[in-house]
Write a protein that binds this ligand. Structure first.
Ligand code: PGA
Length: 267
């Protein structure tokens, strides 16, 4: 029998899986609390998987209250890199912290596509989040045209390297990376496990070259893009897929709970 490579041998021991729900622009505060309570009934004490829910800003306070004393963590979907000032419509890391937010999605492809976020801006946000002890979930991923043009790895390399510029080695394991092929988000078109694993392994190899193997082995890299209970077990069984960033399937308790259970079973 051949000896398993270190990549397949150790990840489950050193990387706790993460299931993060990105509610996007869905749920009022009251609806968010209802969904949160349903989730807590089933997975409120789940500690073998890191579970994060990311409601819209307007639901953070009430969902945060519902989460008090529970293992499920609270994330925001975006933030501004500055501490405060004349930035109409924006929210700072410090403001999120006062609502007991611990995680923040940064550089989501919808932010890049509809709100013009560049890699340089995403980098500022990552650094600001870390400086405020928020854990960034940094999203990277190629469009369909980029994949078809053979540019997937180049795009992901640039997005990852620029976004992480200035992140210190001791901060790296606070960063979660989410590989989300843009063509798979909300489309029902999931990347094949081989396509996803290839990019995840590539991202980890980038981290090895930037930070060394020991630190790179500790970073969680999530897959996002039409992940649901039916396709999750196979994706989560891949050596470099450490969880999921879930859009559509996070809006309903049953499917989100099933995804958390799938991640637990894959550990
Ligand atoms: P989806 O969204 O699961 O609905 O494809 C994922 C995301 O955009 O984070």
């Amino acid at each position: 029998m051949s000896t398993p490579s270190s990549a397949t041998q150790t990840p489950h021991l050193i990387r706790k899986k993460v299931i993060a729900g990105n509610w996007k622009m869905n749920k009022t505060a009251a609806e968010g609390v209802t969904l949160t309570k349903e989730l807590l009934d089933e997975i409120g004490r789940e500690t073998s998987v890191d579970v994060v829910i990311c409601p819209p800003f307007t639901a953070l306070a009430s969902v945060g209250q519902a989460l008090e004393g529970q293992a499920v963590k609270l994330g925001a979907q975006n933030m501004h890199p500055e501490k405060n000032g004349a930035f109409t419509g924006e929210i700072s890391a410090e403001m999120l912290r006062t609502l007991y937010v611990t995680h923040v999605i940064l550089g989501h492809s919808e932010r890049r596509q509809y709100f013009g976020e560049t890699d340089a801006l995403v980098n500022k946000k990552v650094l600001a989040a870390l400086a405020n002890e928020l854990r960034p979930s940094l999203c990277v991923g190629e469009t369909l045209a980029e994949r078809e043009g053979g540019k997937t790895l180049d795009v992901v390399r640039t997005q990852t390297e620029v976004a992480l510029a200035g992140v210190k080695p001791e901060q790296l394991t606070s960063v979660i990376i989410a590989y989300e092929p843009v063509w798979a988000i909300g489309t029902g078109k999931v990347a094949t496990t081989a396509q996803a694993q290839e990019v995840h392994a590539f991202i980890r190899s980038l981290l090895v070259s930037l930070y060394g193997a020991a630190l790179a082995a500790k970073v969680r890299i999530l897959y996002g893009g039409s992940m649901k209970p039916a396709n999750a077990p196979e994706l989560l069984a891949q050596p470099d897929i450490d969880g999921g960033l879930i859009g559509g399937a996070s809006l309903e308790s049953r499917s989100f709970v099933e995804l958390v259970k799938a991640a637990k079973a894959a550990m």
